[in-house]
Ligand binder design. Structure first.
Ligand code: AMP
Length: 289
């Protein structure tokens, strides 16, 4: 595995792959790998000739007072894990190289970025789209792989790529969970034992709502209220950021749960802000089969 820090060097690698007609897959991450990250890398290995994994804790997507400095990091372990999966290039750029003095170009999707997580994190997605755009320009991949745990991020990136005619396929992969249903996340490291014990309630609640939809209850406001109450009753010390049923085409709120809808939640548990989501339409389609 080659460890690359230099921007020019990774761009040469990307350009050479295009010239050689080799499929290159990019897996962008902020590091501190868990099985969710590894599942994206495994998919990339199986579906591309060469794989670049990037590890960069992107300062531009953290707002003032957020956890940029505390964000967990372990580059040595990450490198060992990536190497064990046969990753070809481990790209670890420096913030000063990506955002040199005078940097002033941003990619922004103001519509999609103001909803859900964007309400409490107003600059977050502007930072995400800008860094992903830069990573795509630097690696010129055939495919870039993202997790559906961050469903809003995935939809925003897919829209950016479509809107800007960027020559890359965006692949979304399913959420990998702990045995008790908690979605894996680097931020789970912030949970104390009591918080860790109650964290699976987040996903249990989503399953409960999916079950309600399967049973024919489709009034979204009622379903959202039901889930909020369930969290308030079952997770002590939780602070609900949002609970929302939206359509994946435009992230607009739905009034009746139907095709293309998913339920997304963000709950603060101590220092951790945990997000998760579930498809509601898939449940209905499964039921129709
Ligand atoms: P992060 O390092 O948290 O920025 O995540 C890097 C990539 O891994 C993103 O595309 C995430 O959506 C994805 N990811 C994070 N957690 C999971 C998970 N539990 N299952 C699948 N993919 C994940």
């Amino acid at each position: 595995m080659h460890v690359v820090r230099d921007l020019k060097k990774i761009q040469d690698i990307g350009f050479a792959s295009r010239l050689d007609r080799k499929k290159l897959a990019l897996v962008p991450t902020m590091g501190f790998f868990h099985q969710g990250h590894l599942s994206l890398m495994r998919w990339a290995k199986e579906n591309a000739d060469r794989v670049v994994v990037s590890v960069f804790v992107n300062p531009a997507q953290f707002g003032p007072g957020e956890d940029l400095d505390q964000y967990p990091r372990d580059h040595e372990r990450d490198m060992e894990l990536a190497k064990s999966l046969g990753i070809d290039y481990f790209f670890m750029p420096e913030a000063d190289d990506l955002y040199p003095q005078g940097f002033d170009s941003w990619v922004e999707l103001p519509g999609f970025s103001k909803k859900l997580c964007g309400i409490s994190r107003p600059i977050h997605f502007k930072g995400v789209t800008t860094i992903v755009c830069k990573l795509l320009n630097l690696t010129m991949p055939h495919t870039a792989v993202f997790g559906l745990k961050d469903r809003q991020q995935f939809l925003i990136i897919q829209k950016m790529v479509n809107d800007l005619n960027m020559p890359v396929i965006i692949e979304g992969r399913p959420t990998i969970r702990e045995h008790d249903g908690l979605a894996m996340s680097s931020r789970n490291a912030y949970l104390n034992p009591a918080q860790r014990e109650s964290a699976p309630i987040i996903y249990n609640g989503l399953l409960m709502i999916r079950h309600e939809v399967l049973s024919g209850r489709t009034n979204c406001r009622q379903l959202e209220d039901q889930l909020k109450n369930y969290y308030l009753e079952n997770i002590t010390g939780s602070d609900i950021d949002y609970v929302s049923i939206v359509n994946s085409a435009n992230l607009e709120s739905s009034s009746r749960a139907g095709h293309g809808d998913f339920m997304a939640v963000s709950v603060r548990l101590g220092r951790a802000r945990l997000i998760d989501n579930i498809d509601l339409y898939q449940a209905m389609e499964d039921c129709a089969e």
